[in-house]
Design a protein around this ligand. Structure first.
Ligand code: HEM
Length: 459
């Protein structure tokens, strides 16, 4: 495997999926008015006072006063400055368009329509800076909301979510920080994940090293899962709607943006891009490609959506996925282990599947609580239907497990009967949950309660 980099990210066993150094906290001095708008924006500002987004129309009025930095941004070459500018314009664009929906939500309990025109002083520099990064001009996960937006509170401390704050924020409240900084926290282990896939692709003919690298993937995913579970305390589910509307996208969210978005002074026709979502994160797709789960994805809209989301990632990540997929296509891991009867490797691979399952099933519980329990709005921030698409991917993992188990022998380390009992429990839980959500006016709490009944509750 080669290392792919754009100067901000470098996908290798040292940096994993995190930026090569901490992102810029503030913009260079010449953009002081832009920085000021970012600092004044949050519903709750750093000093505890109410910010522009707390008052109807206040943010939009201030944003219209912003000078057009088009000529300045054209000259920028430093990847960290470009990323910080992209982050700033992304936040301003989402706030400008979605503040209206947020205030309607506060009044009516339903997301209202967004503004459909982005003024020239924002649209022009934003599109130039997005072109420099080769990404879409809409808030993304990598450079804007999550990985490119962290700042260590104690510089000597680590990347645990409670030692991280956000450079730019919408609500400015602890639940927003906990929610998105936990994504960064989970990624602190991504260097080992990348190391394991480099090791797998380099050792297809060495059964022992192959098996060791699969084991490294399993233990890394296990550490990531234990961090992921902290979501329940990092961000309270009842407070998800305090900031959620600001990370919505245009594409797929027709109720909020029925006509797309006009970028004034750039294009005459409206454009539509998907919203910020953890589905733009790289951990699960990497594990899926390397472990072969990807071969069990159903051929349906969700798979198309996940593939569409590949374009919503930095170019270097897209190249990394392509190269990994190329290697794994030549040497599908289940075949490789089956041909050599590498039973230890198969046990390690089953552990990887178990961790992907636990990640997705825990994540499904996030969706049940943070989204389904809070709102009947049926679309996710990335524009996908809430109740059907996450379970689809759980099914892919379950299928991969089943096929692998057919190649495995019972042994002291792996007991087929016990495995089967646990497997049947997983299938039964999902089927029962899907039965409930199939009814139009279902009770989300009934779905959630089943997790406890099946001894599968995530916390
Ligand atoms: C409260 C926490 C979370 C909620 C409510 C949530 C919600 C969602 C929703 C609704 C989707 C469907 C796609 C869309 O947005 O349109 C999704 C997809 C996804 N999310 Fe999250 N998410 C959460 C946390 C995370 C975390 C911490 C990660 C990983 C770092 C993550 C990774 C993913 C992935 C990989 C997908 C794609 C579906 C799959 O491959 O299983 N999410 N999420």
């Amino acid at each position: 495997m080669k290392t792919f980099t754009d100067g901000f990210f470098s996908i290798d066993p040292i940096n994993g999926f995190l930026p090569v150094k901490e992102p810029l906290l503030i913009l260079p001095k010449k953009y002081i008015l832009l920085q000021k708008l970012i600092d004044e924006m949050p519903i709750k500002k750093m000093n505890g006072n109410k910010g522009l987004l707390s008052k109807e129309n206040a943010f939009e009025e201030a944003a219209l006063e912003l000078p057009n930095f088009l000529e300045e941004v054209k000259k920028e070459k430093d990847p960290f400055i470009i990323a910080a500018l992209y982050r700033s314009y992304s936040f301003i664009t989402s706030a400008f368009t979605l503040a209206k929906s947020h205030h309607t939500y506060l009044k009516t309990g339903k997301y209202g329509k967004a503004r459909e025109r982005l003024p020239k002083n924002i649209a022009q520099p934003y599109v130039v800076i997005s072109d420099k990064l080769e990404v879409f001009p809409w808030l993304d996960y990598h450079y804007a909301y999550s990985l490119g937006n962290y700042h260590k509170i104690d510089k000597a401390g680590g990347l645990k979510w409670n030692n991280l704050s956000m450079a730019a924020k919408f609500s400015g409240m602890d639940d927003e920080r906990g929610f998105i900084m936990l994504h960064v926290d989970i990624n602190q282990y991504s260097p080992d994940l990348v190391k394991s896939v480099f090791g797998i692709t380099q050792n297809t003919e060495n059964p022992l090293k192959l098996s060791d690298n699969i084991a490294l993937m399993g233990t890394t995913l296990n550490r990531m899962n234990s961090r992921r579970k902290l979501m329940w305390e990092a961000s309270r589910w009842k407070h998800y709607n305090d900031f959620r509307v600001f990370i919505m996208g245009v594409k797929g969210n027709d109720d909020i943006f029925p006509n797309g978005l006009i970028y004034e002074g750039v294009w005459d026709k409206p454009h539509a891009y998907r919203g910020q979502t953890g589905a733009q994160d790289n951990i699960i797709p990497t594990a899926d490609i390397a472990s072969g789960v990807i071969h069990f994805y159903p051929q349906n809209q969700l798979t198309k959506y996940l593939m569409d989301l590949r374009q919503y990632r930095p170019k270097c990540v897209q190249q990394f996925f392509k190269e990994l997929a190329f290697h794994m296509h030549k040497n599908p891991i289940i075949h490789l282990l089956g041909e050599t009867q590498n039973q230890k490797g198969m046990q390690n691979l089953m552990q990887v599947y178990e961790e992907i399952y636990l990640f997705r099933n825990g994540h499904w519980q996030f969706v049940q609580k943070y989204i389904m329990q809070n709102t009947a709005y049926p679309k996710a921030t990335g524009g996908t239907p809430i109740t059907s698409w996450i379970p689809n991917q759980i099914k892919a993992v379950l299928k991969a497990m089943k096929v692998l188990s057919e190649n495995m022998n019972s042994s002291a380390e792996w007991n087929k009967n016990i495995w089967k009992e646990n497997y049947n429990k997983k299938v039964k839980l999902l089927n029962k949950q899907l039965e409930i959500v199939a009814v139009e006016s279902f009770d989300p709490n009934e779905v959630f309660k089943l997790n406890l009944k099946f001894d599968s509750q995530d916390f």
